[in-house]
Design a protein around this ligand. Structure first.
Ligand code: ARG
Length: 460
């Protein structure tokens, strides 16, 4: 028991299986940069406040820099005996500078220490995610801009509904990602509060300066209640919730890319570098990247539920259960970041097959609503117009032709109020370009939306 930092109270050494059972170093070692950064500021504060002598504070800080160097170079071996990253750093510090190392832990506990480390770590990840979403948005915008006039079918119930454009469709994903980025920006300020100075749970007897530490570490303020500070993981839940929703959007996009690239649709070609072949079927080009993104969405949802389930029954304040927060959080953040990266890289290589999309847009009587709207403009109530067009669609269906292939006389047999100018509303171009209200599919309307999005993106 004597090699443990809490050895004083114990008469028996820890069970050897329990030692590895309770260790977290295999996954929390990635917190070392943040652990040491926070320890250095804590130590400077201890010196400034004369809680420990200034000279000793300097000795500790120099030692911490040395430990950091060793960790950077991968020279410090990890040992389950030392449980977690906090103990590894402190233990190595003691080997390097002797017993004065023991003063670093004055006025703190691993409980406020780990909470601080995770917040610092996640703050960086959140900023990286925000930047990755920005890049993906930029790439989407460029592709949308190139395809403002690329007409494709719009669907409801997977049935041809009304024509839209590829640019308009891509801008829908731009909007989703816009909200996703806003969510990460918004949660950042709640994440960015300092737990350190709360010690184990009740606060500390030493005259610490929490606000100074917060400022030095770039926090916007301190956690106001010591019990909450050490037991709160809301910030991690919020990140996983925002990550889960971002993955939902990437997964829906993936699903469409998979469908569209199948030969039955043939709306797009995915870049070869993002597909794989089959070991048996020579003709195959499989959309593995979107499939994997769609699949990985489940992991991120799982992480969110793991963490919420972990937290729901925990009494205040710290409980060891909370060590289980790290693996799902790390995995979800890593997964989201890899999916954002692969998407941002893949999007510029998507090649819409314009001819095929255009043909499909005209099929399925996709301009029927336009014909109904035409009748409404001739003062026919919409419900009545709907019924008239229904009969015209049935006529076209019986003859096996599209709406714009019916003669004027044939349409007039159904309703005599239809006139020669109807031809101007039945093409897919006319249909799309009639949708000029804000948010609609018309070429110029989408151009305006893209211009607005560009300004917004430039302002980041
Ligand atoms: N490895 C621990 C964790 O991640 C650090 C805090 C340990 N605190 C304690 N009282 N055992 O939660």
């Amino acid at each position: 028991a004597d090699n443990k930092l809490w050895g004083g109270r114990f008469t028996q050494p820890i069970d050897s299986f329990v030692e590895s059972f309770s260790a977290s170093i295999q996954y929390d070692s990635r917190l070392y940069v943040h652990d040491i950064a926070a320890s250095k500021v804590h130590c400077r504060m201890l010196g400034r406040q004369n809680i420990i002598p200034q000279a000793e504070a300097e000795q500790i800080i120099a030692g911490l820099d040395q430990v950091k160097g060793e960790l950077d170079r991968g020279e410090l071996p990890f040992q389950t005996r030392l449980e977690d990253i906090h103990m590894h750093v402190e233990n190595r510090l003691k080997e390097l500078i002797g017993p004065v190392a023991g003063k670093l832990h004055t006025a703190r506990s691993r409980n406020d220490q780990v909470a601080t480390d995770i917040r610092l770590y996640l703050r960086e990840e959140v900023d990286a995610i925000r930047e990755q979403i920005r890049v993906l948005k930029k790439n989407l915008l460029a592709l949308a801009e190139a395809h403002v006039e690329t007409i494709m079918p719009g669907f409801t119930h997977m049935q041809s509904a009304q024509p839209v454009t590829f640019g308009h469709h891509l801008m829908a994903y731009f909007e989703m990602l816009n909200r996703d980025r806003q969510r990460f920006t918004d949660l950042r300020s709640r994440l960015n509060r300092l737990p350190l100075g709360s010690a184990a749970l009740a606060g500390t007897t030493f005259p610490v300066d929490r606000h100074w530490v917060a400022g030095e570490l770039g926090f916007e303020g301190v956690c106001e209640n010591s019990l909450d500070a050490v037991s709160d993981r809301d910030f991690a839940v919020e990140i996983l919730a925002a990550a889960a929703l971002t993955m939902t959007h990437l997964s829906r996009f993936s699903e469409e890319l998979i469908l569209w690239s199948s030969p039955a649709y043939a709306f797009i070609k995915l870049p070869d570098a993002f597909c794989t072949g089959s070991s048996i079927m020579p003709q195959k080009k499989n959309p593995d990247v979107p499939e994997l993104v769609r699949g990985k969405t489940g992991r991120v949802y799982g992480a969110l539920f793991t963490l919420m389930t972990l937290m729901k029954g925990l009494p205040l304040a710290y409980n060891r259960d909370m060590q289980e927060d790290k693996e799902p959080v790390f995995d979800a953040v890593d997964t989201l970041r890899s999916c954002l990266r692969v998407f941002a890289d893949m999007v510029p290589g998507i090649e819409p097959q314009q001819k095929r999309m255009r043909e499909a847009a005209g099929a399925g009587y996709a301009t029927a609503t336009d014909l109904a709207d035409y009748l409404v403009r001739r003062n026919i109530p919409f419900r009545e117009a709907h019924a008239i067009v229904g009969r015209i669609v049935r006529m076209a269906e019986v003859q096996g032709v599209d709406l714009d292939q019916l003669t004027l006389e044939q349409m007039q047999q159904v309703d005599s109020r239809i006139e020669a100018d109807v031809a101007g509303v039945l093409t897919v171009e006319a249909s799309v370009n009639a949708r000029v209200a804000v948010g609609g599919a018309a070429f110029d309307t989408v151009r305006a939306a893209i211009a607005k999005a560009k300004d917004q993106l430039a302002a980041y």
